[in-house]
Design a binder for this molecule. Structure first.
Ligand code: NAD
Length: 434
């Protein structure tokens, strides 16, 4: 049966490679829409969890997962030979940087090689992992065509960037318009038809490269604007101006200004990395992406700025960093999630640890810190812990933090996220903001 017919009749068997923050919610969307989905992952712990209906992603509840695994609509496996039974494969594996800050496509290449072993006529392959323009055509296509198959004739290839925002309750995978570019017109048509079944709005673009570039523009736009506002925050600090009030004032303009917020640095698997994929690729065209490099420098300086400011604050209180008790609130890279990848909090903790500070941290989303150098365990937020700390350093503004308790019992608070929006008069003297 033709793949288009299979999709329309929901007989298309969908395979998702990589069951992380992107892949698992996507697998759930397809399964909830009535498709039979197989999730492939090299992590056997994740495979077992999915099959037991235990979710490890905040945005998916175990109840939701159980419903579809019990209904046999979703199963997970690390046996990649099952790809031979799959009609449409979506790749959602990591795209990190190497130590040298160059793109690491090894996960994509490994996935493409596994698909190539079982590639069959009429199959659709979609890449969702964020990557530089040219990846599908220059890296994936040659692997898939190795056995003599021709893209667009024997199988279909498309790119559709993932835009999911973990922790965002308003926009889940299905609510976010999906940009799709195919290698040929037919490739695009097949991919569009598939995603139409589960996503509210499809935005077709004319080519795979345009689709690849769309994602990098989105994330570069965010990284550059955050870099700008971080620079303004450091400037305001020098001038003795409250940057948060400045941003709020500017945001009252009903047009021409989009507010971005400063913070202790950028983290996650996207913003610190994706723009560097683009600047790396641009270099091969003898093009220097200056905004990207500058924003990356400013954003990666923010943890140092936080430490410098903390030193100043402690100094005013007559303390030095060594042996000071610092309670870090939040180590995830953003609020209400447990993701610590590239989190600036880890960088800050490591620097504070090396400087001899006595550290503790509270983060209900991060029970353990996966960094050998930082040997501290997660604490519960108690009056005693707060009162015994020389400074409470807010690095992530999780909604669940009891800010009143912190305000009431702390000696000093350094709030890098403007978590404490309204501070009662009697506590104002002990709160310092970024
Ligand atoms: N996390 C986000 O908010 C987000 C948003 C949009 C786009 N993206 C992009 O999506 C991609 C995936 O990101 P993520 O956050 O879901 O990553 P993740 O680390 O949460 O998940 C990736 C999964 O892939 C698995 N994996 C690794 N190699 C594999 C292989 N060879 N075969 C099968 N499985 C393999 C890992 O075990 C892991 O479970 C990245 O390119 C990222 O830039 C992420």
């Amino acid at each position: 049966m033709d793949i288009k017919k299979k999709i329309s009749e929901k007989k298309c068997r969908v395979g998702i490679i990589g069951l992380g923050y992107v892949g698992l919610p996507l697998a759930v969307e397809f399964a909830q829409s009535g498709f039979h989905v197989t999730g492939f992952d090299v992590n056997s712990g994740k495979v077992a969890s999915v099959n037991k209906g235990n979710s490890y992603i905040e945005d998916i509840t175990s109840n939701e997962l159980k419903k579809i695994t019990n209904g046999k609509l979703l199963k997970a496996t690390n046996d990649f030979s099952e790809l031979k039974n799959i009609d449409a494969v979506v790749i959602c594996v990591p795209t990190p940087l190497r130590k040298t800050r160059d793109p690491d496509l090894s996960y994509i290449i490994e996935s493409a090689e596994r698909i190539a072993e079982h590639l069959h006529k009429g199959q659709l392959i979609v890449l969702e992992s964020t990557t530089y323009p040219g990846t599908c055509e220059e890296v994936i296509m040659p692997i898939l065509e190795n056995k003599g198959f021709k893209t667009g004739r024997d199988f279909y290839l498309a790119f559709s960037p993932e835009r999911v925002d973990p922790g965002n309750k308003r926009f889940r995978t299905r609510d976010i318009p999906k940009v799709i570019g195919g290698y040929t017109e037919k490739c695009a048509q097949v991919a569009i038809l598939l995603y139409k079944q589960v996503i509210v709005e499809i935005i077709p673009v004319s080519s795979i490269r345009v689709a690849e570039m769309v994602k990098l523009l989105e994330n570069t736009y965010r990284a550059v604007n955050i870099g700008l506002v971080n620079e303004i925050a450091m400037m305001c600090d020098r001038m003795g101006i409250n940057v948060w009030e400045v941003i709020e004032g500017a945001a009252s303009k009903p047009f021409g200004f989009t507010p971005f917020l400063p913070g202790p640095g950028i983290g996650g698997h996207c913003l610190p990395i994706d723009p560097l994929y683009l600047s790396w690729k641009a270099k091969s065209y003898n093009f220097e992406a200056r905004f990207i490099e500058l924003a990356s420098q400013i954003n990666s300086f923010m943890p140092h700025h936080v430490i410098n400011k903390l030193l100043e604050i402690l100094n005013v209180a007559g303390k030095c960093l060594k042996n000071s008790r610092i309670l870090v609130m939040g180590v995830a890279y953003k609020k209400n999630v447990g993701d610590t990848r590239e989190s600036p909090a880890l960088d800050i903790l490591e620097k504070l640890f090396i400087a001899g500070a006595k550290l503790s941290y509270c983060d209900p989303y991060v029970p353990k810190i996966a960094n050998e150098k930082i040997k501290i365990s997660n604490s519960s937020l108690t009056k005693k812990l707060v009162a015994s700390s020389d400074c409470v350093l807010i690095l992530t503004d999780h909604d669940c933090f009891d800010l009143n308790l912190i305000l009431k019992h702390s000696k000093l608070v350094f709030d890098t996220r403007n978590a404490l929006k309204v501070i009662p008069r009697q506590y104002r003297g002990k709160v310092v903001k970024l």
